[in-house]
Design a protein around this ligand. Structure first.
Ligand code: C2E
Ligand code: MG
Ligand code: MG
Ligand code: MG
Length: 278
């Protein structure tokens, strides 16, 4: 028994592992303080149609850390999920995005735009989620029909019945849904058919090598065909070149998001971009 304990102790004190544990604990402590200290902000990435006109934006959270600088959501969103901090953070994201959406309401240049907000599994599964969304819509005055929640495939298949019930409840408030990173997870046709979705987002990994990898081109064709037969809108993520956009257009994709059009932008730069693109 002592031997087993000794072995696990040894593993725990592996210096590399210890460094990882310490760095993570530091990040977690900072993450807890960050909300109170107002260190989060949202950038917004435009989504455009075939004519290059903006049809909507996706809100993407940013963490401006006083010492570390900009921390990527890829580094802190998973940690926020594990620690439960995604609940207050997710509420803050939703509220901030909806406040902007509400501001656009009376604006002839901006009132038509949709706002996509990423929702993590833990947030979506929380018992108060539907009420939270409804309250944020009511308090901010954002038009529910312009709010689009982005879910992932793994979230959809986790607990199908509950997922569908939650989506239906939100849909009753007018909220729409996009399936993010589509093609990277597992969701069968039969599942997809039952989900009240509006849009599939082709994952950027397929767009990246579209011109050189025939497998990716075939996957993209399949996703577009699938979206058509399910009556869903399809948008490609991570479009960086005109050649990618043209190939996607030939394959029947009408909506695009990516650096070719714009990087995610802070609010002022976004509104400038949007007004120039009407
Ligand atoms: P996502 O929702 O799939 O967002 C798209 C990511 O691709 C964003 O990374 C965006 O900046 C990046 N991107 C957009 N166009 C291009 C392009 O042309 N080329 C390349 N290489 N990348 C492009 P970002 O902002 O770092 O976000 C990463 C992920 O973090 C998001 O992936 C999403 O899963 C998560 N995330 C971001 N904001 C939130 C949030 O508010 N809540 C939750 N739960 N997750 C979020
Ligand atoms: Mg997304
Ligand atoms: Mg995505
Ligand atoms: Mg992603």
């Amino acid at each position: 028994q002592a031997k087993t304990a000794g072995r696990s102790t040894l593993r725990f004190f592996d210096p590399d592992m210890q460094a990882v544990v310490t760095a993570r604990a530091g990040l977690e402590a900072d993450l807890r303080a960050a909300l109170a200290q107002d260190e989060f902000l949202l950038h917004y990435q435009p989504q455009v149609n075939h004519a290059g006109r903006a049809v909507g934006v996706e809100a993407l959270v940013r963490w401006e850390h006083p010492e570390r600088g900009m921390v990527s959501p890829a580094d802190f969103v998973p940690l926020a999920e594990e620690t439960g901090l995604i609940l207050p953070l997710g509420r803050w994201v939703l509220n901030t995005a909806c406040k902007l959406l509400a501001q656009w309401r009376g604006d002839p240049d901006l009132a038509h735009l949709t706002m996509a907000v990423n929702v993590s599994s833990r947030q979506f599964r929380h018992a108060d989620f539907v009420d939270d969304v409804a309250r944020v819509l009511a308090v901010t005055g954002a038009p529910a029909g312009r709010l689009k929640l982005e879910l992932t495939e793994s979230l959809l298949v986790e607990d199908m019945e509950t997922t569908i019930a939650t989506m239906e409840a939100l849909r009753a408030h007018g909220v729409g849904f996009a399936l993010d990173d589509f093609g990277t997870g597992y969701s069968s046709l039969a599942y997809l058919k039952r989900m009240p979705l509006d849009q599939l987002k082709i994952d950027q990994s397929f767009v990246q090598d579209l011109l050189t990898d025939p497998n990716d081109a075939a996957i993209v064709d399949t996703i577009i065909g699938l979206s058509r037969s399910l009556g869903l809108e399809v948008i490609a993520e991570g479009v960086e070149s005109v050649e990618q956009r043209d190939l996607l257009a030939r394959a029947g994709c009408r909506f695009y998001q990516g650096y070719l059009f714009s990087r995610p932008l802070p609010t002022d730069a976004l509104e400038q971009f949007l007004r120039d693109r009407i």
